[in-house]
Design a protein around this ligand. Structure first.
Ligand code: NAD
Length: 425
């Protein structure tokens, strides 16, 4: 089998799918995974590539290219976002679908992993063109979607309005409303309460549990947050509200701000909304993103881009806990350095799994046609995230590996068990 071919090759650094395969290979080696199951898990089970003719506002027809990858459904229907991006490639969608498989497994929700995308630049499309493109995608790909098969959600440059058009198109094709085909919908069309801040909320549960394990009280702990978008902004607000932490530094693409006495999250959210950046927040000093990562704080929350903590700066990171709300913020070289320094890293696909967990709750509520109040969603999310956190922590202790490898091992073992029990390999 070709298990080791991608690992370590130069190509593996640039092809995200080869990187995803290399990560699986490492977990398979630690687990001593059956070679046939390993071979099956290295490839997507199904994928669809489509051409989408769309009538543009000027009367011409433009052909867009779309993808849907159903990586593995051994544990349940595949689940994963839809991205509208000019640089979308099939290998990126495959990698993201693989990562969704492990993310759903690590939080133990009965779903597999999928991902989809359309090569397009949403900034160049009118609302009408965007709607026709979204509906065209469902007309082509809808035949392999459904609450029991594969359930998309919003992702990069897609939003609840696009999900609403897609759910409507799918319902028209079915001849009846079928809201469970897609999540991240507006509340009025069967969306779930708490979806908006679920990713950050799940991350807060992980931080609380990590602090408990380390015997530290979160009240008054200092926090630096890189990125002040959906994930970072809610992390600042919920960190203060749920854990009593003191947010001392935040940043966005333009730079960061710092105040040792603490920044009031609600005020900085208002400031960012008004000015478009966290910079210029009254009473705070300006810092760079690099300064923020190396700051003397208790908790560091990367919530922006990938590869931010790398071989160049990992040895300067001073935080005791790193909670990765962003996807892929830490490179493999940095991971080793942080592990040796004794920093407690909560890996991305565990730390940011709150979003997909509430998406799963949305599917459950759609299936019942009965909707939970916010408190119920919060309680059930907390329970799922707490269980997942401890499963990973225990695996790290038992296997004597870092938390990221442990998270992979927990997830891969769960999918492998389902594959074996179903008699696929
Ligand atoms: P977003 O677009 O809402 O926010 C991104 C933020 O990062 C913005 O404030 C932007 O200014 C900032 N940023 C961009 N470049 C930066 C840089 N060089 N330094 C510092 N800040 C920079 O995105 P989001 O939804 O908050 O997602 C952020 C990360 O979290 C991504 O990696 C995403 O994949 C991950 N994530 C988000 C969710 C979710 O539900 N939103 C779920 C899972 C994972």
């Amino acid at each position: 089998m070709k298990a080791s071919s991608a690992s370590g090759s130069e190509d593996a650094q640039f092809n995200p799918f080869h990187m995803a395969q290399a990560q699986l290979d490492t977990a398979a080696a630690i687990l001593g995974l059956d070679p046939q199951i390993h071979a099956l898990l290295r490839e997507p089970l199904r994928e669809m590539q489509v051409s989408l003719p769309v009538r543009m506002d000027d009367g011409t027809v433009r052909i867009f290219k779309g993808f849907r990858v159903q990586y593995n459904d051994a544990r349940g229907p595949t689940k994963g976002g839809l991205r509208f991006h000019p640089d979308e490639t099939i290998d990126l969608v495959r990698a993201l679908a693989a990562w969704m498989t492990w993310k759903c497994a690590v939080v133990d929700i009965p779903l597999g992993g999928g991902k989809g995308g359309i090569i397009c630049n949403t900034r160049e499309l009118s609302q009408g063109e965007l709607e026709r493109l979204s509906r065209a995608y469902i007309r082509q790909v809808g035949r392999i979607l459904g609450p029991e098969m594969d359930v998309p959600a919003p992702d990069m440059y897609t939003n609840p309005q696009i999900m609403a058009w897609m759910a409507d198109e799918y319902s028209v094709l079915q001849g009846h409303n079928d809201w469970g085909v897609i999540t991240g919908k507006p509340l009025i069309m069967g969306g779930s309460k708490v979806r908006e801040d679920a990713t950050a909320r799940g991350g807060m549960t992980c931080i609380r549990e990590a602090a408990r394990l380390l015997g530290i009280d979160t009240r008054g702990m200092t926090v630096a947050i890189q990125g002040f978008g959906n994930a970072g902004r809610h992390a600042a607000r919920l960190g203060e509200e749920l854990l009593g932490v003191k947010v001392v530094a935040v940043s966005d693409s333009q730079g960061g701000v710092y105040n040792a006495a603490g920044l009031v999250p609600a005020e900085i959210i208002t400031h960012k909304r008004a000015t478009g950046t966290v910079l210029g927040f009254p009473g705070a000093e300006t810092i760079s993103n690099e300064d923020l990562l190396q700051m003397e704080v208790d908790i560091l929350i990367p919530a922006a881009l990938e590869n931010q903590i790398n071989a160049h700066n990992a040895s300067h990171v001073q935080a005791r806990i790193i909670a990765e709300l962003a996807n892929g913020p830490t490179t493999p070289e940095a991971d080793e350095i942080l592990y040796k320094k004794g920093i407690y890293v909560i890996p991305d696909f565990l730390c940011n799994a709150g979003g997909v967990t509430v998406s799963y709750f949305e599917m459950v509520q759609n299936a019942y046609g009965y909707y939970w109040n916010a408190e119920t969603v919060k309680e059930r999310l907390d329970e799922k995230m707490t269980e997942a956190f401890h499963a990973v922590h225990e695996a790290a202790q038992k296997l004597d590996v870092n938390n990221r490898q442990a998270a992979y091992c927990v997830a891969v073992q769960r999918v492998a068990d389902a594959v074996r029990l179903r008699g696929w390999a």
